[in-house]
Write a protein that binds this ligand. Sequence first.
Ligand SMILES: Cc1ncc(COP(=O)(O)OP(=O)(O)O)c(N)n1
Ligand code: TZP
Ligand code: MG
Length: 229
Amino acid sequence: MTNGDELIPLDPGFGDRFARQARPACQLYVVSPPAIVVAEFADHLRAALQGGPVAAFQLRLKDVPDADVLRACAALLPICQAHDVAFLLNDRADLAKAAGADGVHLGQSDGGIKDARALLGPEAQIGRTCHDSRHLAMEAGEEGADYVAFGAFYETTTKPSHYRPAPEILTWWTTISQLPCVAIGGITPANAAPIVAAGADFVAVVNAVWQHPDGPGAGVRAFEAVLGG
Ligand SMILES: Cc1ncc(COP(=O)(O)OP(=O)(O)O)c(N)n1
Ligand SMILES: Cc1ncsc1CCOP(=O)(O)O
Ligand SMILES: [Mg+2]
């Protein structure tokens, strides 16, 4: 356990997708809706990834049997591979392994980072939810996470959250660690600028892409200007 004083080593030896180079532009990390019809969603995902630059996709299905999660991975992972987009699975390192995913996103109650690393190997990209907590972020870095995720920065209906970090936590993180930071929660092209300016390496978004009135491709494209693409 840390007492909050330790600094995360500045050694960036993390997965290539989330490893921070000099200071790249903020990138888009698209997260799925919590429920999908796989055949239809495959077309939506293809459209999203053809809409503009996406660094990573996270399949975030909730209350879905494991077999259905794996079937969805089998259908969607090749689409991400075809677009050179990392495919991460939410919550479950065991299913990420079984599916051949590029990584896993772990919440605070989704198991240990070290256990996921032992299962998925050194190349896997393992992210950790840190809410509004500097302590949780430093702990994740010490445990070998490839990125830390802060949020929710704005009101969101996708996953209501009482956490509401200020963008300054992103700036603080970039001053103490090379580890990439992800911002999530109600982020849209209209409100992303302060998040990007504060130093987010990735913005993770759900509704802004999947509920865009002109479709997911337009949803991705709409972020290009604010992300400096
Ligand atoms: C990139 C990213 N950040 C945060 C979360 C939230 O994860 P978690 O706290 O485990 O909550 P659920 O998503 O499992 O409801 C995430 N999935 N992705
Ligand atoms: C998974 C998650 N964790 C914190 S907020 C959130 C959902 C973000 O969805 P949206 O981009 O639609 O607000
Ligand atoms: Mg989770």
